[in-house]
Design a protein. Structure first.
Length: 243
């Protein structure tokens, strides 16, 4: 997708006071921000302005945020950041499976929001500027039996089948697989992928792990491929990827 404008953000939020605060803050940071008050208007504006990043509230009138996610997934290639006041992890997991890249919980902390936005835009800039290569080098590809991860193509294959991941899920999988058999704490993951410290409350990393396990056929009840090490974090296991 070729974007007509750089640093273009679409905010889909029905709380007008909150939307005005976010729009004012991001405009001061150099972004061009458009605002939609409901899901249907958000879908229409997204198609018209082709934003680099969409900030989407899950609780919207007319067309809810999960429906917007599902419809965007069919064509939208930019970054998608979810705003949520919901404590229901299943909503976040569902949004991740429908293409969301990251979450920010309400009440919004502007600096945290800005950090997440900049991280996502860097990822997508890297994605669109990375040339495709016919032959991957050792630095471009990680292989564990039936699992192949190619960072140049941003591609994951499991037992010969392509696995569709969001950009954030891909970055998390690459980070874990690049540090196999080593527990990665939430703080280390947050600093590596977002450039900020883990606040002890954010569940988005955990929800991405849940989504990765599901997409990579890892048993959620008794995961064997990406496991949880109590008190230490998440651990990528190297010898559990046979077909």
């Amino acid at each position: 997708m070729n974007y007509d404008q750089q640093n273009t953000i679409l905010l889909v939020e029905d709380d007008l006071k909150l939307a005005d605060l976010i729009k004012t803050y991001l405009t001061q940071q150099g972004f061009n921000v458009s605002h939609a008050q409901d899901g249907q208007q958000g879908l229409e504006l997204a198609a018209n302005i082709l934003p680099q990043l969409i900030i989407l509230d899950l609780m919207l009138p007319n067309v809810d945020g999960l429906t917007v996610c599902r419809k965007l997934q069919t064509w939208y290639q930019g970054a998608l950041l979810i705003l949520t006041a919901s404590g229901d992890d299943m909503d976040q997991v569902a949004a991740l499976e429908m293409g969301a890249d990251d979450f920010v919980n309400k009440p919004i902390h502007p600096r945290v929001l800005l950090a997440r936005i900049r991280t996502l835009l860097r990822r997508y800039e890297k994605k669109t500027s990375t040339p495709y290569q016919d032959n991957a080098t050792n630095n471009d590809q990680l292989i564990f039996d039936s699992l192949k991860i190619n960072i140049g193509r941003r591609q994951v294959d499991l037992a010969g089948d392509p696995i569709k991941l969001t950009e954030a899920e891909f970055e998390l999988l690459w980070l874990l697989a690049s540090n196999p058999e080593q527990p990665m704490s939430r703080d280390k993951i947050s600093k590596s992928l977002r450039g900020i410290e883990y606040d002890g409350l954010d569940r988005s990393i955990d929800n991405k792990i849940v989504s990765l396990r599901k997409k990579l056929s890892d048993n959620h009840g008794q995961p064997r491929r990406i496991i949880t090490v109590r008190g230490k974090g998440y651990l990528f296991i190297t010898d559990q990827w046979h077909a």
